[in-house]
Write a protein that binds this ligand. Structure first.
Ligand SMILES: [Zn+2]
Length: 70
């Protein structure tokens, strides 16, 4: 299953399994399993059908870029 993360100013420490998730307001980017492991991403509650929102924080994309620099 393809997993997605949100591109933009505010980043979530979650991945999305639904590319059309409304938490993905901008063009989503694919997340690899390695990204998910390193960043300890959890599944979006909205995609999982458990909640109407998901927690977000800043700095996620920077962490993703750092992880990709290895
Ligand atoms: Zn989602």
């Amino acid at each position: 299953m393809t997993k997605w993360v949100k591109r933009g100013q505010k980043q979530c420490n979650v991945f999305h399994t639904n590319k059309d998730c409304r938490q993905l307001k901008r063009e989503p980017i694919k997340a690899t399993q390695r990204d998910i492991d390193i960043l300890e991403l959890s599944e979006c509650k909205v995609c999982a059908g458990e909640a109407d929102y998901s927690p977000c924080d800043r700095g996620y994309y920077e962490a993703l870029k750092e992880a990709a620099d290895d």
